[in-house]
Design a protein around this ligand. Structure first.
Ligand SMILES: [Zn+2]
Length: 282
């Protein structure tokens, strides 16, 4: 362990899971900012970055801004990286981020976020998904950053992938969990996370997207079942109802009260049934 240099036990905000990280927040940010800068230069040289004034770029920036604001509003930034023995919820790594959102010319439906606050979204996502579904995809990526997954010990190269795969997949589901809470806090209905997986599964099925040789991500069915747990959805709904009116459509929930929530509940049951059919072919 000594060869690893610095490692710390930290607690993930929102989920309160304790994990080991191998880098300080500063080292994490330095590493990923230099990687991202190199990658961005490649995208620019290939003319893949969409004009920031293009309506699609403006749209995706507005959506990301809501999620970012919700993150800072629901996660009080206080330095907890004080080196004391008992780990606290780690949030100080989100201080001083210089958030930037770019849109990439790419048919894929994807997003990424690098420590430091660099978000890249592909045009395929913007073309095929609603604002709330795009917000979930971005919130999932921000979830990885909030949870410092890129510095989690699992991501170290010493372990063979098949051995750590279940743990690796758990980080994906944790990003889904945090992403759904942020989605609600940003004023988007949390069920949009389920709709996102439904649509993504249908698109991937229609386009015959080849699967990873080793499936790095858990199946969509498993991810949806995980998110559908009351402890996640109820908390996301609470954040959604408490979201300031200017954060999105949350005023609908209070204005229309129970009937609106009931309608969404019924819609969700329908989504789950359809989703199960899409995912299982039955
Ligand atoms: Zn992920």
């Amino acid at each position: 362990m000594a060869a690893m240099g610095r490692y710390d036990r930290e607690v993930v905000p929102y989920t309160n899971r304790t994990h080991m990280v191998i880098r300080s927040p500063q080292a994490e940010r330095q590493l990923w900012e230099s990687r991202y800068t190199k990658q961005k230069k490649i995208w620019a040289s290939e003319s893949r970055i969409v004009d920031p004034l293009h309506p699609d770029s403006v749209r995706v920036r507005r959506i990301a801004e809501k999620v970012i604001r919700a993150t800072y509003r629901t996660l009080p930034i206080n330095s907890s990286h004080d080196g004391t023995k008992s780990p606290k919820r780690q949030t100080s790594h989100l201080e001083g981020f210089e958030w930037e959102v770019i849109l990439l010319n790419d048919h894929d439906h994807n997003a990424l976020c690098a420590p430091g606050g660099h978000i890249a979204v592909t045009a395929g996502l913007v073309e095929q998904f609603t604002d709330a579904e795009i917000a979930f995809c971005i919130a999932h990526e921000i979830g990885h950053i909030v949870a410092r997954h890129y510095s989690e010990i699992l991501y170290a190269k010493w372990f063979p992938l098949p051995l750590i795969l279940p743990f690796f997949q758990r980080t994906e589901m944790e990003a889904d969990h945090i992403g759904t809470l942020l989605l609600g806090a940003a004023g988007f209905h949390p069920y949009a996370s389920l709709l996102y997986f439904q649509k993504a599964a249908m698109i991937d099925r229609a386009s015959w997207t080849p699967q990873d040789r080793i499936p790095l991500h858990p199946s969509d069915k498993r991810r949806v079942e995980h998110l559908y747990q009351p402890k996640i959805m109820e908390e996301a709904m609470r954040l959604y109802k408490e979201a300031p009116p200017d954060e999105g459509i949350s005023s609908q929930a209070t204005r229309e009260g129970f009937s609106f929530r009931q309608t969404m509940g019924d819609a969700c049951k329908l989504i789950s049934t359809r989703l199960r059919r899409v995912l299982t072919g039955r």
